[in-house]
Design a protein around this ligand. Structure first.
Ligand SMILES: NC(=O)c1ccc[n+]([C@@H]2O[C@H](COP(=O)([O-])OP(=O)(O)OC[C@H]3O[C@@H](n4cnc5c(N)ncnc54)[C@H](O)[C@@H]3O)[C@@H](O)[C@H]2O)c1
Length: 139
């Protein structure tokens, strides 16, 4: 799926990022935001089955700072602003801890904790709302 398949944005529409928005709870949140006339950028490692109007898909592993920084840039380029971040992406491995390998543990921490931190960090670095010229990035 090509992530440029979104409708050209109207900068008056509020814009959100929803991580893990391809399915489950994240998709339900995305659907609600679209229903309320928001533009929504979905950051996910899994492609959505369909791309409704006003939704942007950015393939992004939230545990990667490079990918998150690029995804936030793409969102602002597409929508011209960012008003909300929904840190929803998360995983769990339902097994007794003595059976859990370190790489599995690190994947959970990377997605659930580091991912939440990185998305908040790069969203917070933007002027808010980014469309208002009086706002400047915090240093
Ligand atoms: N479902 C529940 O009962 C429940 C209970 C408590 C908390 N939660 C939390 O709510 C959130 C959503 O749960 P769900 O049941 O909808 O999960 P889900 O597994 O159905 O969906 C998670 C989404 O996150 C995406 N994702 C996973 N790793 C990612 C990564 N590294 N980068 C980007 N995207 C990634 C997946 O591709 C998927 O689209 C999770 O954080 C979960 O831990 C869920």
């Amino acid at each position: 799926m090509n992530s440029t398949f979104y409708r050209p944005s109207d900068e008056r529409r509020r814009a959100a990022i929803a991580t893990g928005g391809t399915r489950g709870i994240g998709k339900a949140i995305v659907d609600q935001l679209l229903e309320a006339d928001w533009n929504v950028a979905v950051f996910d490692i899994e492609e959505p089955k369909a791309l409704p109007p006003n939704q942007l898909f950015v393939r992004c592993d939230v545990a990667s700072e490079t990918e998150v920084a690029e995804a936030v840039d793409k969102t602002v380029q597409a929508f011209g602003r960012l008003d909300a971040l929904v840190n929803n992406a998360g995983i769990g491995i339902n097994r007794p801890m003595e059976q859990l390998a370190m790489d599995e543990w690190n994947r959970v921490i990377g997605t659930n904790l580091t991912g939440t931190f990185l998305c908040a960090k790069h969203a917070a670095a933007l002027p808010f709302p980014v469309s208002q010229p009086s706002w400047r990035p915090r240093r």
